[in-house]
Design a binder for this molecule. Sequence first.
Ligand SMILES: C[S@@+](CC[C@H](N)C(=O)[O-])C[C@H]1O[C@@H](n2cnc3c(N)ncnc32)[C@H](O)[C@@H]1O
Length: 263
Amino acid sequence: MTEQATQEYDDNLMALLEAVWGEGFMSPGGVDEVDRYLNGIELTGLSVLDIGCGLGGIDVHLVKRHGAAMVTGIDVDQALIDRCDLLAQKYEVTAQVEFICVEPGPLTFGDASFDIVTSKDSIIHIPDKKGLAADVYRVLEPGGWFVASDWLAGYEDEPSQEMKEYLVVEGLDFGLASAKTYLEALQSAGFIDIEIVDRNDWYRQQARLEREQMGGILYDGLASKVGTEFLEHEIEVWDKMIIAIDQGQLRPTHLRARKPARD
Ligand SMILES: C[S@@+](CC[C@H](N)C(=O)[O-])C[C@H]1O[C@@H](n2cnc3c(N)ncnc32)[C@H](O)[C@@H]1O
């Protein structure tokens, strides 16, 4: 695995993901899933860093629904950052969001720059979980929450044969790690109140609905947008992913942890 994640998501893949997961989303569950992982976390008037902002749907939501004062979305793909800017214009939140294209690697923000750090299904692309956790801790204000969702591995060492097959057809640059690895990374960074909530059961059902829609109600519209060959390939990705999800090898997971307040 490398950290060279730039331009992995091409126009066809973005069109497909938005059709299946909603405008501005490159991960499952839409705004409802965002609200679930943020449950109980107050964002009103706060500054938020979103690592791996994708198409910006979450960032717009954090401003419009959660009242964040300023959301900084970072991503390694300039084409995605351009799309985020367009979405912010469409929803008239340009004064409350900024999107920055960054190099993979350590965060370049100063210490204690943000009240909240969030990320949805993007840390999977960052292999060094320990380095990332330490970095997030550094840029958080004392007392601030790191609150995220990510795709975790249900295995420590070797994936199952079916998981390997899924990873090959998916073809994205993943740095998957287990809940144990995430926990150790958060603990060693100094976080407290760590919670890791498995979402495998939820996504087991959800992924089947998505697959049904891709082969049914969405098929013709998507085929005319992205071509039948690409669509059929993505349906195969979903079929293999569902097996990996059913086996518990791939586990969508909510994560939260707090930087201790100054005494
Ligand atoms: C599955 S998408 C999720 C996007 C968005 N959070 C969402 O849920 O719709 C993962 C995103 O992480 C970005 N990414 C990959 N490596 C990254 C890194 N090192 N730093 C920041 N973003 C990264 C990708 O370009 C992509 O936009």
